[in-house]
Write a protein that binds this ligand. Sequence first.
Ligand SMILES: [Zn+2]
Ligand SMILES: [Zn+2]
Length: 275
Amino acid sequence: MKATLWGTRGSIAAAGPDTVRYGGDTSSVELRTKNNRAVILDAGSAIRRLGSTLSEETRVDILLSHLHMDHVQGLPFFAPLLDPNIEVHIWGPISTTRTLRSRLARYLSPPLFPVRVRELPEVVFHDVPPSSFEIDSLHISADLITHPGATLGYRIAEDGAVLTYLPDHEPALGCREFPNAPEWTSGYDLAANSDVLIHDAQYTDEEYVGRVGWGHTCASQLAVFAEMTAAKRLVTFHHDPSHSDEMLDDIHEELKPLTNGYELIAGQVGLTIEI
Ligand SMILES: [Zn+2]
Ligand SMILES: [Zn+2]
């Protein structure tokens, strides 16, 4: 399979001359299966641009990690949703109170948006519990990870190659012995021995001190989490909106000496990775 980063930013879009290389749009990653089926991870603002390239598809699947705005805000601007020739399947974390459809309808309805879900032509919603399921040639495992509100991480396998997607994640929270107790660490089972791990890299260590419990990872914790999981390649993701390209270059330089046993890849917009 092949993954392309369309949106790498966390929290809110941060377009401007100082975010051109890493990208200003919020989370969205395009996967292509070996059969060239499109499976999209999250529907941040970047999914608008991605959607404009999909007019020839007959089916598109979107896996939502969770329903924070930076992961769903692009949905109403995703052209395939309005195209009767394309069947869109939206997968997202199950809730004990309301369906995925009704939770997304809070956004896809006035006054926040003029078009209602029921006016869309061909959308199928899937409420996903922690479980495994198949899409095309992909075997997907979903599990809850540490982040405010129900949030799924995804482990996606095809013919033995594994991509793990943990865009918003604070593995050190609630783990007294981080990083010495892998079996008690959020996200470990999903990420263990991945070929590629796309992971939250939101904060510097200095920033994290005042933001413990906000659901994101700082540089040094990211380095040890990746090492603990024995991932082969780590792609940094969900960059803080206040971090310019220059700052992100510096953060990656500081991460390099902490990197042990895996390849560090700066998650920049447009990057394509073969897995
Ligand atoms: Zn986010
Ligand atoms: Zn979030």
